[in-house]
Design a binder for this molecule. Structure first.
Ligand code: 9MR
Length: 598
């Protein structure tokens, strides 16, 4: 920061302070007629931390000023709107209302003459606590093989679906000991998304992201109570929830050879009906290298985390590590087994047309699994078998690209390595910070002042998970090098998800003033309850329209529709909720730390 910039900031703050004094002494202020709520003022619909940044975006403003008001319209601050440096993805400039200087807790709204009022929001400590917990509780609602009781599920209680105790070995998955038609038991797990199938590749990144949330913020996560059946059993609830999926995953390994089946699935998607109505035969389908390595990574990570609970979970950490080792050994022997659903369907019946999660490149899965196994065992042999730096790319994590999950794990656990630290470690740390710098660079020039809105390329299928995963990457950088810019831009992406965006939605069901009411999610559609299951992150803007449902605008960040047929923009999924849950809880944990360290 240069001195000129600092002086300008100081001057601006003094102006705003003077305005606060003038207005609070004046108290009631004459108002033009009420505008339409929320229409042109985009902000985090839940609110802001007292000491944190506070930004709203005003579209098509005719005013140069904004007013921060109590809900009975008393002004507490007037500020100058500032034009965005660059236009948005729709080519229009926005106006930015920065009221970060105001830090008195309470309930407020923004008013912009000619534009109207924002949704009401709060300034308070722990402002994201409930949505952060809700994002994890959402997994309880996604559980297979258990009835959801009213005590935990409220008006969304429902019967058990998919017991999965009689699962057939699909012809693509036979082995000597498990010929076609053999039945195995693989109950529990989370439904993947709007559908009722369970996919190992997608479970891998989702389960690991929630495990990392606990691993990175154990003290805070011990305080998050989810009111689930296991609550109070002396295991933190986030881990209780993870265990529901982990125990299913453990059953997806062929004990004979260590290979892991890609998925447990129907041949065809269920209808838009409640889970207990879905009674088609269930299959485990073909083993594959991606599934097996993702499994190895998750089990290795789970092993070192669950080891801390020997009394509550006797033997489980050891079983996880044993199964991780077996999976690793299978993958070393079978390093290139692709899951190509179309090719499989040429050869076997029944044809399986549920989600593919097909991946053709396993370099990243090898890096991730080797990193987790190394960190858990401190046996450098695992890392020697992979190339940790195959190129200079730093790809944001997705279900098909997990390299950075390995880097995060190596970096955050590096103090335990001693002489066993891999030679690549300093370079990986350097790249992680360079990646974070690249993310934040120029975000302040965008129309929404976020990393997410820098590029149209961020807006594909599940775009909201891109915003969340960018936030996770920034939190990793912040843990490595506590520069506030990383934390603030992580928070800005959370603001994006919760309403500071072009479509004007808080994209999380049940949290915010304008939220998805019709997600592509079978229970939410079929349960007869008006409100969808809460805590679910909608996929988000995606101009691709792979579902053929026309979105109201093809401008990338506007391409969203709240329609339950629109699975390419309005489905929900475990791999989208997980980085969101990580981001929201991490921000809460870090804000608490900032408060207590004062
Ligand atoms: O999230 C997946 C996305 O990256 C793919 O482009 C898309 C098409 O293959 O599939 C998405 O995953 C879906 C999965 O295949 C089945 N369950 C629902 C998932 C979310 O839409």
């Amino acid at each position: 920061m240069n001195t000129e910039y600092l002086c300008k900031r100081l001057l601006c703050r003094i102006c705003i302070l003077m305005a606060i004094v003038a207005i609070t002494s004046q108290n009631s202020y004459s108002q033009p007629a009420t505008g339409s709520a929320g229409s042109n003022i985009r902000l985090n619909q839940l609110g802001f931390y007292p000491q944190g940044p506070k930004i709203a975006i005003v579209l098509n403003s005719k005013s140069e000023e904004f007013y921060l008001q109590t809900l009975d319209k008393k002004n507490v601050l007037v500020g100058k709107l500032k034009k965005s440096v660059r236009p948005g993805l729709n080519r229009s400039f926005t106006d930015i209302a920065d009221f970060g200087i105001y830090n008195t807790p309470g309930k407020y709204q923004l008013y912009v003459p000619g534009s109207g009022y924002s949704y009401p929001f709060e300034i308070k400590k722990s402002v994201h606590h409930n949505v952060a917990a809700g994002a994890i509780k959402a997994y309880y609602f996604m559980r297979a093989s258990i009835p959801l009781k009213g005590k935990y599920a409220g008006k969304w209680s429902r019967a058990e679906g998919h017991p999965d105790t009689n699962v057939l070995i699909h012809p693509s998955a036979v082995s000597d000991k498990r010929p076609a038609g053999t039945s195995i038991s693989a109950p529990r797990g989370w439904y993947d998304a709007g559908d009722y199938n369970k996919y190992i590749v997608n479970s891998g990144i989702s389960t690991s992201t929630l495990l990392s949330l606990y691993e990175d913020f154990p003290a805070y996560m011990k305080t998050v109570n989810l009111n689930i059946p296991e609550s109070g059993n002396k295991i933190p609830d986030v881990l209780n929830e993870v265990l529901w999926n982990l125990r299913w995953m453990l059953a997806m390994q062929d004990p004979e050879d260590g290979g892991v089946y890609n998925k447990l699935t129907n041949a065809e998607f269920d209808k838009m009906e409640m889970p207990d109505k879905g009674t088609q035969p269930r299959y485990v389908v073909q083993k594959g290298t991606a599934a097996t390595l993702d499994f190895a990574a998750v089990m290795a990570q789970a092993s070192r985390i669950l080891k801390k609970f020997p009394k509550q979970l006797p033997g489980l950490a050891d079983s996880c590590l044993a199964q991780a080792n077996k999976a690793w050994a299978w993958a070393m022997k079978n390093p290139g087994v692709v899951y190509n659903q179309d090719a499989m369907n040429q050869k076997f019946n029944p044809k399986v047309i549920t989600g593919g999660y097909g991946d053709w490149n396993f370099k990243d899965e090898f890096i991730w699994a080797a990193s987790e196994l190394f960190v858990t065992t401190l046996n450098p042999g695992f890392l020697k078998q992979v190339n940790l730096l195959p190129d200079t790319n730093m790809p944001l994590p997705t279900w098909s690209q997990v390299r950075l999950l390995g880097y995060y794990t190596l970096v955050k656990n590096s103090s335990a390595f001693g002489a066993k630290a891999p030679a690549e470690l300093p370079e990986i740390k350097r790249r992680l910070l360079a990646f974070a710098d690249k993310l934040v660079n120029g975000a302040d020039e965008t129309a929404y002042q976020t990393v997410m809105t820098k590029s149209a390329r961020n807006f594909g299928w599940g775009s909201n998970s891109v915003a969340a995963n960018q936030g996770v990457a920034l939190i990793q950088a912040y843990k490595l090098s506590p520069d506030k810019k990383y934390l603030n831009y992580a928070l800005a992406n959370l603001d994006y998800i919760l309403g500071r965006n072009a479509a004007g939605y808080s994209y999380v069901t049940g949290f915010g003033s304008k939220t998805p009411m019709h997600p592509h999610h079978r229970p939410s559609v079929a349960d007869g309850v008006v409100d969808p299951i809460p805590g679910l992150l909608a996929g988000g803007p995606n101009p691709g329209m792979q579902d053929k449902i026309r979105v109201p605008s093809t401008v990338p960040d506007e391409a969203y529709i709240d329609d339950d047929r629109a699975y390419a923009a309005n489905e929900i999924a475990i791999n989208w909720n997980a980085p969101f849950a990580y981001l929201a809880n991490a921000i809460e944990a870090l804000q608490n730390q900032l408060n207590t360290s004062k």
